[in-house]
Structures are given as C-alpha cells and as structure tokens.
Design a protein around this ligand. Structure first.
Ligand SMILES: [Cu+2]
Length: 158
C-alpha cells in the first residue's frame, strides 16, 4: 500500500502528540499526585448545625496542620454563614463548606476558589490569601428565587 509522504508526516505527528499528552497526564496523575477532588467526606444535612466544625462557622486558628486557619461556611437558601469574615494577609486557609438544603455554588471572585456545595457532602479548598482587599463570595448554582442575593465577603487585612 502506498501512503503519501504528507499523510505519513501527519500520522507520525498525530501519534507523537497522543503519546506526549498521555505521558503528561500519566506523570501528572501518578508521579505528581494530581487527582480530581474527592467528595467522600459526608455529613447529615439535617444535623449541620450540631456537627463540628459547622456548629461554629467562621475563621478558626488551627495548630499542627499544613494550613494556619480553617474557614468554615454553611450555605443555605439564600445566604452563607458567616455573612462576612476577616482573614489575615498571607494566611494559609482551608475553606470548608457544606449546604443545609440544596446545591449551592461557592465562588470567590478574583481567585481560583470555585466549589460546588452539595447537601450531604463537605467541600474543601486550601488557599493562601496574599493580597489585601475584599473578595466577594457568590453562589453560581441556581438555587431558587433569592439566588441572586446570595453572597458573602472575605476581607483580607494586614
Ligand atoms: Cu444560588
């Protein structure tokens, strides 16, 4: 069978690209340990108010962990608790959130924090706030009539 020269070049290019991309994904997943976030942490959505750490939402300093603070949020139609919170500049913070009713979003505008908050599951994200200012938290999953009013604020202060 005769394969045209350009066809051969194109086939080699295609197969090489495939091998390169699969290697990048393989090294990233198995050597660098990049895995998709799991949602294996569960909670009873009817007992959120009495389950730690959601019985005390807000910022808490922690010792002996890879992060300095835990920032706990409870989402419910149509608000987040706490309504606004102050975080010290440069703090490594683990954001922990859950929902009491329906699926909500948890997007911190201007950062790469963007979680889905589902009833029955705990969503977590570790981040460092290294710029002062006010960060708006928005719900980006339509949750009902008051969805557009659902917001909170993180103030990063020195
Ligand atoms: Cu919403």
């Amino acid at each position: 069978m005769h394969v045209h020269k350009y066809e051969k070049i194109w086939l080699i290019f295609g197969i090489t690209t495939l091998i390169v991309f699969l290697s990048v994904v393989g090294v990233s997943a198995f050597y660098a340990g990049n895995q998709p976030p799991s949602c294996l942490t569960v909670i009873d959505p009817e007992k959120v108010d009495s389950t730690a750490p959601f019985n005390e939402p807000g910022l808490k300093k922690v010792e002996g962990k890879d992060w300095d603070y835990e920032l706990v949020f409870v989402a419910q139609a149509f608000a987040y608790t706490p309504g606004d919170v102050e975080v010290p500049l440069g703090a490594k913070v683990k954001v922990i959130a859950t929902s009491k009713d329906v699926i909500h979003g948890f997007e911190v505008a201007g950062t790469n924090i963007n979680m889905m908050v589902e009833p029955g599951y705990i969503s977590e994200h570790i981040t460092t706030f290294d710029k002062t200012g006010e960060y708006l938290i928005l719900c980006n999953e339509y949750c009902g009539a008051g969805h557009h009013m659902m917001m909170s604020k993180i103030k990063v202060v020195e």
